[in-house]
Design a protein around this ligand. Sequence first.
Ligand SMILES: Cc1ncc(COP(=O)(O)O)c(C=O)c1O
Length: 375
Amino acid sequence: MSETAPPERPAPSDLDRILRDPGFCRHSTGRVAVVEWEAGSGWSAPRLEPYATLPTDPATLGLHYGQAVFEGMKAFRGADGSVSLFRAADHGRRLGLSAARLAMAEMPTELFVRACVELVAADEHWVPGGYGQSLYIRPLLLATEAEMGLRPSRSYRCVFLAYPADPCFGSEFRPLAVTTATETVRAVRGGTGEAKCAGNYAASLLTRTEAQAAGYDEALWLDGVERRWVEELSTMNVFFVWHGEDGPRLTTPPCDGTIVRGITRDSLLALAEGLGLPAAEEPTAIDAVRDGVRSGALAEMFACGTAGAVVAVGRLGTAGGDLVVGDGKEGPVTERLRGALLDVQHARTPDTHGWLLPVTGAAGAVAIEGEGRQA
Ligand SMILES: Cc1ncc(COP(=O)(O)O)c(C=O)c1O
């Protein structure tokens, strides 16, 4: 991998100070990985560059017609100090699916993974060591052709940004207050809800901002047709924990094209199974949630995603007023699943699912088919 001008390393005392309290995406590492695609010549090899503003022609197609998709993924420091990426290939595959939905060039997964590994290997000193902390990586794929007209761009740039990070809602995992979106919808079947495209987030901003102004952390989206079925939050999937006859039982809304196929959600379904907690993908009506809270059948509710990990929902706003889920505090199942996830991510328990990709010592070692441009 080429790197023309490595960014200056911060002084050890400055780096220490930042890594002790990184916040979420407050400090770039000063370095990015870049991969480009052009019609006719295909994908470039990845290269490392100093963080810099993009040259943006005002006619750039990605800005006008919204061909912009991204990922959010993390590298963690393990108990032995080494660094690994979590489910990097799955994030690469999902970026490809998002790109395909928006008629954009699909980056081969191995190229995506290679760019991530090289970036994290070069920025390894930026990976904090605290439990729950990580290096957050944000690959952004943007249509860059600058010639007006509604059609897929003939050039794309993928920029991989990196930031040391605490979980986005904080490391204390304080329970969230969320409120049901009643006026607007985020996605409908056949639309782009499953893609991690910029437009979905723009569509959620008004309601999310209003929810925050009303004292909530997030908006809970319902389906766009019946306005009845729980879908997800603006940046996280949701789970419900019900009192079952034989102990707790988990459900999460199914992925039917309107919600993001969360990699954390998928990890938790697998971890729950390993812990002997029954878990199912099941449509859940907001009335059933409300009735469950009132009757006590719903024991816990939590949100999950790469940025925030696993966070309890303690208060739920509905058309009929605010509900307190359980006692409003984090429940034992939420805590247990978060612990199981973070333990795998920090390599404190065996990685039985093969989710970790070691980065320490891996720079230059990720092989992809051929060098130079790929179709
Ligand atoms: C809308 C939405 N739902 C769910 C998620 C959770 O996905 P993941 O667990 O892969 O981060 C995200 C974050 O990527 C998201 O933006």
